[in-house]
Design a protein around this ligand. Structure first.
Ligand SMILES: Cc1cc2nc3c(=O)[nH]c(=O)nc-3n(C[C@H](O)[C@H](O)[C@H](O)COP(=O)(O)O)c2cc1C
Length: 230
């Protein structure tokens, strides 16, 4: 009889999960990804509309996406995300963005002036961190007038990365993978009636990869929450 490995407690999953940006060169069984998606899809959604789709990509199609993304970026192609991007971050948001970048570059030993290694790091993101699998999360275009889609895709994608972690898999949710959306649309054959939302690199974490150990900071509950009427 195969060993049954018990799932770790919820707190261990949530507190232990980190974004994983370095992977082992080892395939992930399709059944395991289906199991992870089954858990993730228990997420709530607006009126139970479940507007999401998952395009789970590996092998040659993923290699073509990595190559297309890299070629476009090196050629200076404009960002072609299919959703509103907003302004560059400022104030506290910029501080937090810089904060996690500092942690990651610090762990990797990449100096501020080292343009070459910084560029390598950025390109790594466009290659989906060389993960064996990339999940492209999309939603139904007919619902695109509503911001609920972004909310629902966020919920299911967070559930996905936590479910993956509970099975020993690592992920990083990322925009880099879908900044060249026509490349993704072509090689993943995404239908026109879906909007591309986000990429999730997925695979077995390489625990020797220094950035994988980074625990990003969070503000305290006192800073983020107000309690009214207690
Ligand atoms: C919507 C979204 C977009 C992201 N885009 C990127 C990205 O393009 N590249 C990257 O390296 N990480 C990306 N991340 C990962 C965040 O940097 C990471 O979740 C955050 O710093 C908190 O760290 P943690 O996931 O390790 O807790 C993204 C995360 C989210 C939720």
């Amino acid at each position: 009889m195969p060993d049954i490995i018990p799932s770790p407690p919820y707190d261990d999953v949530v507190l232990g999960r980190r974004s994983i940006r370095g992977y082992l060169d080892k395939p992930v069984p399709r059944e395991l990804i289906a199991e992870v998606l089954t858990l993730a899809m228990r997420s709530p959604s607006s009126m139970n509309t479940q507007p999401w789709h998952f395009h789970v990509i590996t092998g040659k199609p993923l290699d073509r996406i990595r190559q297309g993304n890299t070629d476009n970026i090196l050629a200076g192609a404009a960002d072609s995300r299919e959703f509103r991007r907003g302004q560059p971050f400022a104030g506290v948001h910029r501080e937090r963005q810089v904060g996690v970048a500092r942690q990651l570059f610090g762990a990797m030993g990449i100096e501020r002036e080292d343009k070459e290694r910084r560029q390598d790091w950025v390109l790594r993101g466009f290659r989906q961190f060389d993960a064996p699998v990339c999940v492209i999360v999309t939603y139904d275009r007919e619902l695109s007038d509503s911001d609920d889609n972004a909310f629902d895709c966020g919920a299911v994608t967070t559930a996905l990365v936590n479910a993956a972690w509970s099975r020993g898999l690592g992920c990083v949710i990322n925009s880099q993978g879908i900044m060249q959306s026509p490349v993704v649309r072509e090689h993943a054959r995404i239908p026109d009636d879906q909007v591309i939302m986000k990429a999730v690199a997925l695979g077995w974490p390489d625990h020797r990869f220094p950035a994988n150990a980074v625990v990003s900071e969070r503000r305290s509950v006192e800073e983020a929450a107000r309690f009214v009427g207690f």
